[in-house]
Design a protein around this ligand. Sequence first.
Ligand code: NA7
Length: 542
Amino acid sequence: MAQTGQHPPKPSGNGAIEHYDAIVIGAGVSGLYQLYKLREMGLSVRVFEDAGGVGGTWYWNRYPGCRFDSESETYGYSWSEELLQEWDWKEHFSGQPENERYLNFVADKFDLRKDIQLDSRVSSAVYDEDAHCWEVQVEGGQRARAQFLIGAVGVLSAKYTPPFEGIDSFKGQSFHTSSWPKEKVDFSGKRVGCIGTGATAVQLIPIVAQEASHLTVFQRTPNYCAPLRNSEVNPEIQAVWKANYPKIHKKCRETSAGFEHEFDPRSALEVSEEERLALYEELWALPGFTKWLGNFHDIMTNQEANETFAEFVRNKIRERVHDPEVAELLAPKDHPFGAKRIPLETHYYEAYNRDNVKLVDVRKAPIERITPKGVKTQDAEYEFDVIIYATGFDAVSGPLTRIDIRGEGGQTFKDKWANGPRTHLGIQTAGFPNFFIAASTAFCNYTVCAEMIVEWIADCIGYLREKNLSSIAPTLQAEDAWVEHSKELASYTLLTDTKSWFMGRNIPGKAPALLLYANTVPEYRKECREAAANGYQDFVLQ
Ligand code: NA7
């Protein structure tokens, strides 16, 4: 698709300070909508985007097999009926190229490009307490000021590569899945090593296995992967979606996690084993996250209930993987089902039945170093032409703490969040007035909560302008209460003891804290709505 608008050029950096009403960092799902909303309200807005194009996650993650594991019709924006009617999703779980095209289509349709400066990484943002505004510095020296600063930097955008010794010595090609090149990587005839078995690797492994001469997968922790069951969207389905979008979106706003699936109100332990297994088989045959989010409600809160499904999944793995030893290695036993993000897969387990695929257990013999030829574990050395790092992200806080953000009294955002996120509503943090985080940090179908947050921010800015107020930030008491409330909700789940990006435990040295908000979507929406409806009582307004 040819893009129709022009992006503003990046200035040399020696010019005068530019002034806007609002600066948005990031042109992904949240940033594009935030720009649209604020511009509709008459604000002058500048978006600074690190990448060479719009799309955020869907720009960067170009690795083979990258796709939604949300149903396409629920992930697309809900806020423009015209857009909904014009866009045709091709697959039930749309792939990266189509998702990137979609976000480019949105940028063109709403003439967003003229306010989005690409290749522009924000290095710092400093609050000017006298002027109640933010001064932003872009790498290269450009400076811009605005009353409002919105971090629309996503939750999984700061890639993580383990600091393996010798990592730069490797003579072959190496790629992190989240900064994959635009040009197709040709694996044919190549020996490939893939480090990691998270949701990303699970999408990529079956495809690379087909192309490469040999693939070695380095697994530290196996995951409970469930079948995606993707398919093409036929014209009849497309028509049904187009006739029913308001209903679809309403449903997503009413369910616990922002999908069309809803938990079964029964306990897994109150039904007979026969009934339980019948539901598990039924869920297993369905596409998407039904196996997680359509399951018995206590799967996520009761260890015993969880174990009934965990064992069901292990048995599915054992059925599909021919070599019993490999099957046991792939069957998770050290954490509950759903305590880590469930990867949705297509022919993942079958990849291990191929002669050209080898699974290496790096829990038993960890990776010691990267060598010029490949990967050295404690008990062997593997030679590769290509190494793929599918090693994840410094989630949620990483994208923000990598920017030098300074609030009142010169305090740094990095220090403020040193022991985990500190916000009120996940949107604002005390001592950083007029700074908003436009990213969905709820356990939620991303766009569903992101849209709500973007709208909350726009309404809040509208309120300040209407009342002629210059700044807003939550009180410390409100923030403390939110942090405690979030911790309490987390304590009712099975998430907190597992080593996952949900808890920040995938990053050595990062303080463990549940990085996502463990409430239901309707409850979270209610909390946000009430915080505004009561005249922002929990906030300091100046
Ligand atoms: P994840 O889910 O964080 O997975 C990263 C993988 O990398 C995981 O298997 C890790 O093993 C592995 N890893 C990380 N460091 C090492 C070292 N040092 N040695 C061996 N293996 C290592 O990231 P993804 O990109 O797959 O998915 C992130 C989210 O993106 C996903 O949840 C979706 O929401 C989209 P570990 O499990 O830590 O033992």
